[in-house]
Design a protein around this ligand. Structure first.
Ligand code: C2E
Ligand code: CA
Ligand code: CA
Length: 853
């Protein structure tokens, strides 16, 4: 630090200490002069005022630290000036020394009454005055800081809600701080502070305790420290912490009691809440895991001592996740609260119902006498869910699965018992839910196996132990393989090939289905693409998608990426979903399905008939194909119910413009029956089991290896194409050949009539503008000859009025404009064949009613 800086610091220090200001009010200029001289020697800054009015103005302006005031002045005397000065904020606390005539005792008294601090009589002993003033100044600054800290103290007391009081034992005088009044209900409630006023405000239940403490303090000079409640007159209850101490005088006698009182209501409430939460579940108010453990440990000890059994039941809701996912968490919470109430209504007061979190409840039931009682109780619990829950305008149905452990047989300590009851609960779930199960030793083994399987499955994902098999779907019209379904297999080391039925459920539960499913999707799409490249462009690929694959990921986005990576057209991919996917019924699911549809991917409803799907329900979803479950197919030729169910499904699908596929077809009889119903395709061992990719490739190359579709069923779908332009004709043929039709084509209307006569044609597509004959005129004639045919016209926009006339006359079923949209045209032709089959069943399509003429 250099010298210049040091200098500036000392300058500032001097400036920073403010100079005290004195005001001299006297009409005698000589006295003023003398006073100034002496006061300046004290280091004071001095102002003078020649009369009272000027003095008061100077006080307001200067806020002096000291006033010297003469009493004897014309106009306004010193007493009046003093009184008025005390009214001013600047003069309220300032020391005022009055100058009086010697021996004028009256004047001194008057001055004190007017608020003077001290006096000095004239003639003035200036040395004495200097001493007095020095002392006064010091006292004044102390006084000011005390005043300031009083205000601070009041503020601090208010913030911490601490009141303080003092009780002079000699005089009986009581002083309360502002906050003390506040705690007791305000000044209005306590006009005279003191013990007499205070005691009635203490909560009646605590009053005696407080009175005893005060009495002991008074009698034995003992401080006290206690907590009690206060009831203010407005009915507000507080919890306070009261402390009192005894103050002893110089003689050693008690002179006063003083104390503090702090409002600890909020702290106590928070503590109570914390204590509550440590033991109870905030949502339902039921004991939580912590309290359950306490009660269970106690109950087990008591049961052991008395040689009694104790039952523990783990209860888990079936379908709670569904409620949460589809109605939201708030509804889920309300359901849990309602369930808690129901469970409590079932048990006795001595039983404990606890909630461990989620939808897991545990009941501790001491004193159930025997297995019959335990069974009865478990059944009561299950039955408690028979009635639906009415929550707002929602009616929710959930059932419960209950697992039972009985101590000491199923575990002597709380941990073992809980674990085993939990195992039993899972067994109840596996056994079809909505029921109860007792714990049995073997269950533990099964759980262990499950854990092992889960571990192995995780490894399988990492080590790519999966393979896809493909099972053909055979088109019943052409008898050809129209597509395949990809079915996953697991090469589990040491176990050989594991069927998906034994690991998909676990994969779903553990969410491993997400990575597995994605691998399946990628592999299947890549394989489809490879088969297309080999020339089997018509082959569609079906992939099973589990409901869990929709949760937490954007399926449409994934599909888009996978399709792009494989270079596969979206309409060559088909997703097989089970009804459980649709049952989740959430808007999110519907949106996801629409997104998938928007890509052009086809949707198949798998295992159809096993779920709850109603017609109305199906309409909501953009489904293309219904897959008749193999459980109906199995007995379709022998069981009348299954047969009629299969028939209903096919009719329903037709009315909804959906296709049907039957799965699990094993015999020629089943095949024949299903084909007769109008089923579009079949899949099953009759044609082929699922095959590894190379075997399926071989099968594709040798279609003759497939069993033939029964003769009369292979009713060829015959299509007649008529257009005068050979290019158009060949383009149309190329496009429509993919759909497996038997195609007849010609450029001339005359030849077309020949073809119609010699073939069983169901659908005709004709050009409108032709040199020899307009398309509409041609189709008018065809309508007369072969009324059962479905007739489509291809026309330019300019000829539309003629076409519309033809439609109105029934000669034309549909028209398509040139140039056409490939997909639309294919769909229209397909629909025309469906239409034909619906109207005319299996019979001949083109039956002439009269000879051509
Ligand atoms: P699913 O989708 O109903 O598949 C048809 C099942 O029926 C296949 O069993 C197939 O081998 C079997 N099957 C085929 N033809 C016949 C027949 O004529 N008679 C009989 N009795 N059964 C036949 P698989 O391959 O064991 O698959 C079982 C289930 O595992 C599948 O049922 C499907 O739900 C699931 N699954 C298979 N692969 C996947 C997959 O990649 N992802 C998902 N999420 N699930 C899959
Ligand atoms: Ca399937
Ligand atoms: Ca199926």
């Amino acid at each position: 630090m250099d010298i210049a800086t040091t200098g500036s610091i000392s300058d500032r220090t001097r400036r920073d200490r403010p100079q005290a200001r004195a005001l001299v009010i006297d009409d005698d200029p000589f006295i003023r002069l003398l006073a100034r001289d002496h006061l300046e020697k004290l280091g004071l800054h001095v102002r003078e005022a020649p009369d009272g009015a000027a003095g008061l103005a100077a006080i307001a302006e200067l806020a002096p630290d000291l006033i010297l005031l003469d009493v004897m002045m014309p106009d306004m005397d010193g007493f009046e000036v003093c009184r008025r000065a005390r009214q001013l904020p600047e003069g309220a606390l300032c020391p005022i020394v009055v100058l009086t005539a010697l021996e004028d005792v009256d004047a001194v008294n008057q001055a004190y009454e007017a608020g003077a601090t001290d006096f000095i009589s004239k003639p003035i002993n200036w040395v004495l005055l200097q001493h007095r003033l020095r002392f006064l100044l010091k006292a004044a600054s102390l006084l000011q800081s005390v005043a300031k800290s009083d205000a601070q103290m009041a503020h601090a007391q208010q913030l911490s809600a601490v009141g303080s009081w003092e009780w002079r034992l000699d005089t009986g005088r009581v002083v309360w701080s502002e906050e003390m009044y506040h705690l007791c209900g305000g000044r209005a409630a306590v006009p005279v502070p003191g013990y007499q006023a205070f005691l009635p405000l203490v909560h009646p239940d605590d009053r005696q305790r407080v009175a005893l403490a005060v009495r002991a303090a008074l009698a034995d000079r003992e401080p006290y420290d206690l907590e009690h409640r206060l009831l203010s007159p407005d009915g507000c209850e507080r919890i306070v912490h009261s402390k009192a101490d005894i103050l002893f005088g110089a003689s050693g006698l008690a002179v006063a009691m003083s104390g503090t009182m702090q409002d600890i209501t909020q702290r106590r409430q928070a503590e109570q809440r914390i204590a509550y939460l440590a033991n109870f579940d905030a949502l339902t108010g039921l004991p939580n895991r912590h309290l359950l453990n306490d009660r269970l440990t106690q109950g087990l000890a008591l049961a052991a001592r008395n040689g009694q059994a104790l039952s523990l039941m783990c209860l888990d809701l079936d379908g709670f996740k569904y409620v949460n996912d589809s109605y939201g968490h708030a509804m889920g919470d309300r359901l849990l609260q309602a369930v808690a109430r129901r469970l409590q209504a079932v048990v006795r007061a001595s039983d404990t119902v606890a909630r461990l979190g989620g939808d897991e409840f545990v009941l501790v039931l001491p004193g159930l006498a025997g297995v019959r009682d335990v069974r009865g109780m478990a059944q009561k619990l299950v039955d408690a869910f028979a009635e639906p829950f009415l929550l707002g305008q929602h009616v929710l149905r959930v059932s419960a699965s209950v697992g039972i452990g009985v101590a000491p047989a199923d575990g002597g300590d709380s941990e073992a018992l809980l674990k085993n009851a939990d195992v039993a609960m899972y067994a109840a779930k596996e056994a079809g839910r909505n029921g109860y199960r007792f714990y049995a030793q073997e269950m533990s083994q099964r759980v262990e196996q499950r854990v092992e399987l889960e571990h192995a499955l995780r490894e399988a994902v990492e080590r790519h132990q999966f393979e896809l098999y493909y099972q053909p779907k055979v088109d019943l019209r052409g008898g050809r393989i129209m597509g395949v379904e990809a079915l996953v297999r697991w090469h589990r080391p040491g176990y050989g090939m594991v069927s998906p039925d034994s690991f998909i459920p676990l994969a779903e539960e553990t969410r491993l289905i997400v990575p597995i499913g994605e691998w399946v999707l990628r592999t299947a799409c890549a394989q489809a693409s490879a088969w297309h490249a080999m020339g089997f462009e018509h082959l569609s690929m079906a992939v099973n998608l589990s409901a869990h694959q929709f949760a937490g990921q954007h399926v449409a986005r994934l599909l888009l990426k996978v399709l792009a990576d494989a270079g596969l057209a979206a309409n060559q991919l088909e997703l097989e979903l089970t009804e459980s996917v649709l049952m989740s019924d959430s808007d999110a699911m519907l949106a996801a399905l629409r997104d998938i549809k928007a890509l052009g991917v086809l949707l198949t409803l798998d295992d159809f008939g096993t779920g709850y799907s109603s017609l109305a329900y199906l309409r909501r979803f953009p489904i293309d194909v219904l897959k008749i479950d193999r459980s109906f197919v199995r007995n379709v030729t022998t069981d009348a119910d299954d047969a009629s169910l299969a028939r209903t499904i096919v009719l329903m699908a037709q009315s909804l413009k959906m296709k049907t596929v039957a799965e699990g077809v094993e015999t020629a009889g089943q095949l024949q029956f299903l084909a007769g119903l109008g089923c579009d395709a079949v899949q099953g061992y009759y044609f082929s089991a699922p095959l590894a990719a190379p075997q399926l490739t071989a099968l594709l190359h040798a279609p003759g290896a497939l069993p033939a579709v029964p003769g009369e069923l292979r009713r060829e779908r015959t299509l007649l194409l008529l257009d005068d332009e050979p290019n158009v004709l060949s383009a149309l043929t190329r496009l429509l050949r993919r759909d497996g039709y038997h195609i007849l084509q010609t450029t001339c209307a005359h030849a077309a009539f020949e073809l119609l006569a010699t073939h069983d044609v169901q659908v005709i597509v004709s050009d409108q503008r032709m040199p020899t004959m307009a398309g509409t005129a041609f189709l008018q004639q065809v309508k007369q000859l072969y009324p059962d045919t479905i007739r489509i016209i291809l026309s330019g926009y300019t000829e539309l009025s003629a076409v519309i006339d033809a439609i109105n006359q029934g000669a034309v079923y549909r028209f398509l404009t040139k140039p056409w949209d490939d997909q639309l045209l294919r769909a229209q032709v397909r629909e025309a064949f469906d239409m034909h089959r619906l109207m005319h069943g299996g019979g001949r399509g083109a039956v002439p009613v009269a000879g051509p003429g």
